[in-house]
Write a new protein. Structure first.
Length: 215
């Protein structure tokens, strides 16, 4: 009981220690409070420890609780549940990564959904997932776009058809983001910002220059 109370303490270090203890000495009674705390915990490091603690409990207990959180109206609950599911890596969670989560209006939820999707997706559905993720090209700020590019690169060569489609888009922002992602796919060590700058220069030169560069 003291440990559960500590999860709600005003001091973040106390909450962090409580989450660490819950993961070090897992008990089934900790799962519900840990999941509930994930939805409202303001501190990043504590949230990360909550996720770790949940991964220490049997997946047959934690996964159903986390899947239920995906239907929460609270964005943080959805985002943190997706993050934790990606760390657990139970392939049975894949059907819960719905199109609505991949397109969630909240950027943090969408980013978590992209990361979870590329971890959980079966091989036979990777190309379809790549096509779905590619519809998000041009979305959000730098961090959102970098998350999408990293997710697509994780899928490997199956993303190439989706990239070609996006690079033919009428939207120059979409074309630039897709081209930067292609650069990262070919050269994982390339910096994202440099890839974006190069892509923007190519797009700015017009379709003829883009075609020559692609050859």
């Amino acid at each position: 009981m003291r440990l559960l109370e500590a999860l709600a303490a005003g001091d973040s270090s106390t909450r962090l220690t409580a989450a660490l203890t819950a993961g070090t000495h897992p008990e089934s009674g900790f799962v519900d409070p840990l999941v509930e705390r994930c939805a409202i915990e303001p501190d990043f490091f504590v949230r990360d420890m909550l996720t770790w603690a949940l991964t220490r409990h049997p997946s047959e207990i934690t996964v159903p609780k986390l899947l239920a959180e995906l239907r929460s109206e609270r964005a943080q609950a959805r985002s943190q549940a997706l993050h934790t599911l990606s760390k657990i890596g139970d392939p049975n969670s894949w059907p819960a990564i719905t199109r609505s989560l991949l397109h969630d209006a909240d950027d943090e939820v969408a980013r978590s959904a992209w990361r979870a999707a590329v971890v959980l997706v079966p091989d036979r559905q990777k190309e379809r997932l790549a096509a779905e993720l590619a519809t998000q090209f041009g979305r959000g700020d730098r961090e959102v776009r970098l998350s999408l590019s990293r997710a697509l690169v994780t899928l490997g060569d199956v993303v190439e058809p989706a990239l070609r489609t996006a690079m033919a888009s009428y939207d120059p922002t979409v074309r630039a983001h897709a081209r930067a992602t292609e650069r990262l796919l070919r050269d994982p060590d390339a910096g994202f910002d440099l890839a974006v700058d190069e892509a923007r220069r190519v797009v700015a030169l017009g379709p003829d220059r883009e075609e020559k560069t692609a050859c």
